[in-house]
Design a binder for this molecule. Structure first.
Ligand code: C5P
Length: 224
């Protein structure tokens, strides 16, 4: 059916920031709103897919018709994504913290009179997109995002190869582009087959719908 082209397909979407504990009351995070990831989860569900949304802490409401799993850290996000497998489609739109504090003590770090400021050692977080793209139960289509400044196409192409995913939606986040945290995105879609497609500046919901149409066309062609 034309309106529900993803009927029978399963999808997992990551969205929002992660939160990495320093101690029980403090954390490292970022300003991701979750708007784009949530819009993609909603659009996939509207197209008939069975969607699990794995979301960090955001203001966005849980999308209707989607199974939303709330997590905080990158490691929790990875575990929730793996628990959702197998799926046909994975879209990684989360702004995962690249590093986490090496130690997260069970007790609050105390500020002692006259003591030196603590030094927080960081260790690398798992890369969820890369893990999915190389997973024994790899989804048929693995899509990531790249927010870059500078030579968008070259940087995003390198990222596509490094991550091993099928598509990258690259976004120019140069200062003055007004994209980061905004309502709209200007996407350059790159595929592992070497295609490149420049989209006009679109509302994040429109980006989501256009991506879902592209996914449905791709899977339909693949099935032929
Ligand atoms: O390497 P970079 O963070 O620029 O890559 C962005 C893409 O990788 C996004 O799709 C993001 O969701 C994903 N990513 C991830 N896990 C990480 C880091 C990035 O899934 N630890």
């Amino acid at each position: 059916p034309m309106e529900r082209p993803l009927e029978g397909q399963r999808a997992v979407v990551t969205s929002g920031p992660t939160r990495e504990a320093i101690d029980p009351v403090r954390y490292i995070s970022n300003h991701s709103s979750g708007r784009q990831g949530h819009a993609i989860a909603r659009a996939l569900a509207e197209a008939g897919a069975r969607v699990t949304l794995v979301s960090g802490p955001v203001q966005e409401p849980d999308p209707e018709g989607v199974t939303t799993v709330h997590i905080e850290s990158a490691r929790e996000m990875l575990a929730a994504v793996e628990a959702a497998l197998p799926v046909d489609i994975a879209v990684c739109a989360a702004a995962v913290a690249d590093w986490r504090p090496a130690l997260a003590p069970a007790r609050k770090i105390k500020k002692e009179e006259g003591a030196a400021a603590p030094v927080i050692e960081l260790v690398e977080n798992p890369d969820i997109l890369r893990t999915l793209a190389r997973h024994p139960r790899r989804p048929r289509l693995v899509v990531g995002f790249a927010a870059e400044t500078g030579d968008l196409e070259a940087l995003a192409r390198a990222k596509l190869a490094r991550k091993g995913c099928d598509w990258i939606l690259a976004n120019d986040v140069s200062p003055g582009s007004g994209i980061f945290g905004g309502e709209s995105n200007r996407i350059l879609l790159l595929t592992a087959e070497g295609e490149s497609e420049a989209w006009p500046e679109l509302d994040k919901r429109e980006v989501a719908r256009r991506l879902v149409r592209r996914i449905a066309d791709h899977l339909a062609r693949e099935a032929d």
